[in-house]
Design a protein around this ligand. Sequence first.
Ligand code: UTP
Length: 290
Amino acid sequence: MKIRKAVIPAAGLGTRFLPVTKSVPKELLPILDKPMLQYVVEEAAEAGIEEVIIVTSPGKETIAAYFQPDPALEKHLAAGGDQDLLDRVRHVSSLAEVRFVIQEQPLGLGHAVLTAKAAVGDHPFAVMLPDDIVAHTPGALAQMTEVRTRFDAGVVAVERVPWEVVQNYGVVDAVEVEERVHRIRQLVEKPPREEAPSNLTIVGRYILPPEIFSCLERTPPGARGEIQLTDGLSLLLESQLLYAHEFQGRRYDGGTPLGLLRASLEFGLARADTRDAVADILRGLGSPAS
Ligand code: UTP
C-alpha cells in the first residue's frame, strides 16, 4: 500500500537555537533562501506523499502562515514582472496538502507523533524530522519507500557515524539482510561508546505502521516527562518487524547553529547560482567580525 501521509513534528522548543527561537520557530530557519521545513516537505512530495501533517504548538503560527498563499505579495511580484520569484513563492503552497495539529505542550517527540493519531488514521505513514536535512536525489524518504515495499515492514533511516561520537545518538542493534538494509533487534538511546551495539545511528526519517500509536500510548514518560519515539519503537519491535535503511546521501544536523551553518555553506557550494560566490566567501575568510 502506498504511503500517503507524513507527520512532521515541529512543536519543540528549539532550545539549542535560543535566543532566536524565542520568536522564530527553528523549523523556519533557512538554508540559503528556504526554511529547513520546506526542504523536508519537498522530500515528502518527491516520495509521493499527498498529505503532510505538521505538528505545531501555540506560538508557532508563522509555520502555518508560511504555507498559506499570499495574494498581496503575489500581486506585487506579478506587477514587478519577477516571474521566477513569483513561481518560487507559489511553489510553497502547491507542494502537498498541508494540515496542522497542535501539541499543547512539548512532551516529547513520541507525544508529538501521537498527537497526529486521528489525522493519520489506520494506515502506514512517514515521520520526518524537519531539522534533519538529507541532501540526495532521490531523497531519503523515496529510498525508504522502496525498501518498505520490498520488505513490507516499517523502516527507520540510519547513518553510520564514527565510533567516537556514537554516544550522542540513538543506535540500532541490527542484522544485515542485504546491502544497506538491516533487521532491527533493538534500539538504544545514547549508549556509552563501549556498550553501543553498532555505529548505525537513527536519522529523523521513519515509515511506521499505525500500531505505533498504541505503543506510544503505552510508553511511559522518561526522566524529563517526555514520551520518546525510540521507546515507542522498542515496544513496537515486540510485535512487528522493523528494518534500518542506510540511505544514500549526506545528513545535516539542522538542530544546532553550527550544523545549520555547515548545511548552508555546502548547499551554497552545490547550487549553481551560488557556488562561485560561496567559494569566494570561503577563500576570503579570516577577518573575524567583532
Ligand atoms: P528536538 O529533539 O530537536 O527538540 O526535536 P527541539 O525542542 O526542537 O530542540 P532542542 O533540543 O530544545 O534544541 C526534534 C523535532 O521534534 C519536534 C521538534 O520541533 C523538532 O522538529 N518536537 C520535539 C515536537 O514536535 N514536540 C516535542 O515535544 C519535542
